[in-house]
Structures are given as C-alpha cells and as structure tokens.
Write a protein that binds this ligand. Structure first.
Ligand SMILES: *Cc1c(COP(=O)(O)O)cnc(C)c1O
Length: 363
C-alpha cells in the first residue's frame, strides 16, 4: 500500500490513525456485531456515538454551555440559506462581508430568498487577495447579524482577527479552518462548517449557535433548516449522517490525544511557515495573497507563466503530491494543508517546488 500526500481543498486527507481505527471497527463496532453504517440511529450504541461526538467537539473548542452544537446536512452551502432563515427575523436586515466566492454565494443566497441584505465590505477589486478591514462603525446598527467567511479556501486568505461587531451577532463560515487552532467561540453568534475540509468525510455540517439566537426563525422555513427544531431533537429530527458523525468523533478524539487545539495550531503554524518562508525566499513562485491575510490552511501560489502553471500539478503528481491545481478563478496552484497533512508532506512539497523551478527555468 502506498499513500500519496493529498493537497486537495476538500474532501481532503483524513488522519491515518483515524482511518485505521475506522477500519478496525468496520465490521464490529464495540461488540455490537455490526458496522456503524448499519446501525439504527435510535439505538443506544449509536446515541452514545453522537453524544461523544458532541462532547468531543465541545471539549476541543471549549464551547460555552449556552451554545448548541448541531449536526446538519446539505453542506455549508445549505447553511447559506439557513443563516438568514433562522436569524434575519431579529430585525429584518443583515450585513455581509464579501471576501471570496463562498461569502459571495452566501450573500447571493440570502438575496435570492428575498431578504434585505447589504454588502458592507468587499475585496473583489483586488481579486480577493486580502481580507477587507471591518470596523464597528461599518456595521448597520439594525443588522440581525454580520456574516463573514473566516478562511477563504479558494484564495488562501484568512481573517487574522475576530471583527468586533459590537452587540450584533457575528456569523462565521469556518468550513476550511474549524479546529485548526483555538477560537474564542463566545465572540461569535454562530459558527458553521462543512466537515469535508478538516473534520470528517463530506455529509455532515456542524452548526454552533448561541441559544438566544434560536428564537428568530421564519415559521414557514423547511424543517430541515430549522436550527431550533434540530436542537430540540438533538440533531435527530430525521436520520442524521450517522457514519460521518462517527468519523468526526474519531477526528476530535485524535486531536484531543495530540494535546488539543493548541497542539494542532503549533503543528499547522509550523507547516504553513515552512511553505511561506520558502515562497518568500525566492522569486520563481509568487504568492498572490497579501501577507497579513495569509491562510494557514490553503496556500496559493503561481509561477506567472501559464504554461508552467499548467505543467506543475501533473509533474507533482508523479512525485506523489496530488491535487495541487489551483481553483480556476485564481489559477496556478493551491496546497491545502489541513490538520491531517503531516509536516513531512509540506517538506516534500517544497523539495519538489525547488526541483521544478530548476528544471523549468523561465525564458
Ligand atoms: C467548501 C466550502 C464551502 C462549501 O461547502 P459544501 O459543503 O460543499 O456546501 C463553503 N464555505 C467554505 C469556506 C468552504 O471552504
């Protein structure tokens, strides 16, 4: 068996010890005589799994007691609709920060549903190479919430601070940075994240919501989008994505075993620094994201020569480094170095980048 270093933006690598444990429990979970895939979600054995998953995430992120943790379906994209449907009833209006494609999609989804939403800042003019500056006075005093995308997966940018929105709840899409480092959850009204970047296989979406924000949902919204209903039913209003939740539980336990999010952050910083230090030390590759906004999870770079950008991912693949092609809207390359990417993978990547540069001189 040989495993590659997979730099995919998502679905992405999972930690090998987690995959091994899942494999060992595949046919007989904990003496139940069946796989987690085959169990009733109402069985005591499965109820223990979903409870442990929630407890694991609560411990990992130090989630205060007045926040609910929901396991939902439909990806982060479904939450683009669920956010206004659950929250805009507070005042009838909401603010959005446009820092990339996903935040723009969230904004457009709210508009599509006919809601009164305003874009208060954008970095579109510079092709989303930075996070727009957000100050308290930019926030509409009558906004139900301010929506941000904390880490912009496509552009390789990240908020390096938590914007102060005063008493207006801050809602953050953390799909590509959740559990990569500690965050002060109490600074947010809502955090949501699709699992397939940093937590589990695709299929489950985590929503962390402050209890007092469960009172503003549109009465006619689809049941499956209703955070309050989900909360009242402990994420089991219908059949949850059982196996994905089990995998998330294993991932949470793996990180707790490493020493929690402080330890995870240290490793992630070490990986990102190694790659950015190399990028800053040479001029063959260019990193389009401005330094202050650099993501720790998704690192974008280009050669500036279309032909070389095209050649790089295929050549890297031959060296066992896969899925390095950048998103079509940025071009070039993107290395997603989520929690499960080992340090050695990043070292290998930098070695390969050096080789590629010397073998493919720019004319
Ligand atoms: C991947 C991603 C999404 C979309 O997630 P789906 O689960 O495919 O709906 C949304 N936001 C961010 C920041 C992402 O990285």
């Amino acid at each position: 068996m040989s495993r590659v270093y997979n730099f995919s933006a998502g679905p992405s690598m999972l930690p090998v010890p987690v995959l091994e444990r899942a494999a060992s429990e595949m046919l007989d979970y904990n003496g139940s005589g069946m796989s987690v895939m085959e169990m009733s979600h109402r069985s005591p054995v499965y109820e223990a799994i979903i409870k442990e998953a929630e407890a694991g995430l609560r411990k990992l992120m130090n989630i205060p007691d007045n926040y609910k943790v929901l396991f939902m379906q439909g990806g982060a994209t479904t939450q683009f609709a669920a956010v206004p449907l659950n929250l805009i009833g507070r005042t009838g209006k909401a603010d959005y920060v446009i820092s990339g494609q996903f935040s723009n999609k969230a904004f457009k989804e709210a508009q599509r549903l006919g809601f009164d939403v305003r874009a208060i800042a954008s970095s579109k003019d510079t092709n989303f190479d930075r996070i727009p500056v957000i100050t308290k006075d930019m926030v509409s005093p009558d906004a139900s919430y301010v929506h941000i995308c904390f880490n912009n997966t496509i552009y390789g940018t990240k908020f390096n601070y938590i914007p102060d929105t005063g008493n207006i709840p801050l809602v953050a899409d953390m799909s590509s940075c959740i559990i990569s480092e500690p965050f002060d959850v109490s600074k947010f009204g809502v955090i949501y994240a699709g699992a397939q970047k940093n937590m589990a296989p695709a299929g489950v979406t985590v929503v962390i919501v402050r209890e007092d924000l469960l009172e503003f949902g549109k009465p006619d919204m689809p049941s499956m989008l209703d955070w309050k209903l989900m909360s009242e039913n402990s994420s089991m209003y219908n059949t949850p994505p059982c196996y994905c939740i089990y995998m998330a539980k294993l991932v949470y336990e793996w990180i707790l075993g490493l020493g929690g999010l402080d330890a995870m952050k240290e490793l992630n910083q070490k990986k990102a620094k190694y790659l950015y230090d190399y990028l800053d030390s040479q001029d063959y590759y260019i990193a389009p994201a401005v330094k202050e906004s650099r993501s720790m999870m998704n690192v974008t770079f280009v050669t500036g020569v279309e032909e070389l950008d095209k050649k790089f991912p295929g050549a890297a693949e031959k060296a066992g480094l896969v899925n390095l092609k950048g998103h079509r809207s940025v071009g070039g390359m993107r290395a997603s170095i989520y929690n499960a990417m080992p340090y050695e993978g990043v070292v290998k990547l930098v070695e390969f980048m050096k080789e590629f540069a010397s073998e493919n001189p720019k004319k």
